[in-house]
Write a protein that binds this ligand. Structure first.
Ligand SMILES: [Zn+2]
Length: 293
């Protein structure tokens, strides 16, 4: 019997996105998430011989140093996919024409760096809309991986965003549609033929890096999803592997994940990957998409 598939994906959100989520004012300067965090992730992939999928916020490719890292990752066999051009949390609510224009821009930015058009897309904040699903197929994406079958995550996030809207530090994040956060987690096609490769969750909780690296609950979810026959995807962010001494104190103060020493976070992730590579074949999401009817 052939081994079940797994994928490892990372959404390359920068520090500015976390500042926006937590209602902190914007600030410029170096971004350790896109240097130290990304480098640690790529080293880990190399050590475990995992071809990963990198969802890039493509406006960041204007930075030569970041573009060089992404080009090198593509050459090493990782898939470069789009996480939108500007990572607006309300991207799914833009007009159809705006959505298409930004998707085109994002695809071209990736082609300039890797000489290949991306096949996959993940929406900022995991929020889809009929206009976005329509535009993804029209501009040439073959799969989307934004749906997160984790109603508890949706409910918890909605509560936090609503709470913050009453304060002087409202969140830039969007409550979104509960429909994007239910489902059985299996790949399926939208009416327009676009393939959805949902992210993975169990017990109503998403199987994501911040959980795996900070909480014992992470290993429970890992054990639960590891028994499945369908492809599973572990979703990380560079923040999972960035040390807090590189990050401004006001952000560390509101991020429990950054308060866990990075060595401990990394060890937990390594243990998780060690278990998974024994029983699963890791493929990029684009290769997983190829196996779907
Ligand atoms: Zn993101």
């Amino acid at each position: 019997m052939s081994q079940a598939l797994a994928s490892l994906s990372i959404d390359l959100d920068g520090i500015r996105h976390y500042r926006a989520i937590h209602g902190l004012p914007p600030r410029s300067g170096p971004d350790p998430f896109l240097t130290e965090g990304l480098d640690r992730f790529l080293e880990l992939c190399e050590r475990f011989a995992i071809p990963a999928t990198l969802f890039v916020v493509t406006e960041d490719l204007a930075d030569d140093d970041f573009a060089r890292r992404i080009r090198k990752a593509a050459k090493a066999g990782h898939e470069i996919a789009s996480h939108s051009h500007r990572h607006d949390y309300d991207f799914s609510q833009h007009s159809p024409a705006e959505i298409q224009a930004e998707l085109h821009r994002s695809r071209e930015a990736i082609r300039r760096v890797t000489r290949k058009l991306p096949r996959g897309f993940r929406a900022p904040g995991y929020n889809l809309s009929p206009a976005l699903v329509d535009a993804l197929a029209k501009v040439g994406f073959t799969y989307d991986s934004s749906m997160l079958p984790s109603p508890l995550y949706w409910a918890a996030r909605a509560a936090v965003i609503s709470g913050k809207s009453l304060t002087d530090r409202p969140s830039a994040s969007l409550i979104g549609r509960p429909n994007d956060f239910i489902g059985d987690g299996r790949p399926h096609r939208f009416d327009n033929g676009l393939l959805e490769l949902p992210m993975t969750g169990a017990l109503g909780i998403p199987w994501i890096g911040s959980l795996v690296v900070t909480s014992p609950l992470g290993s429970l979810i890992t054990r639960t999803v590891a028994t499945r026959t369908e492809p599973i995807d572990l979703e990380l962010h560079p923040i999972d592997l960035t040390s807090s001494d590189q990050v401004e104190a006001e952000l560390v103060a509101v991020r429990r994940d950054l308060q866990v020493p990075v060595a401990r976070r990394q060890r937990r992730l390594e243990k998780t990957l060690q278990k998974l590579v024994r029983n699963r074949r890791f493929r990029t999401l684009s290769d997983v998409a190829e196996t779907c009817p």
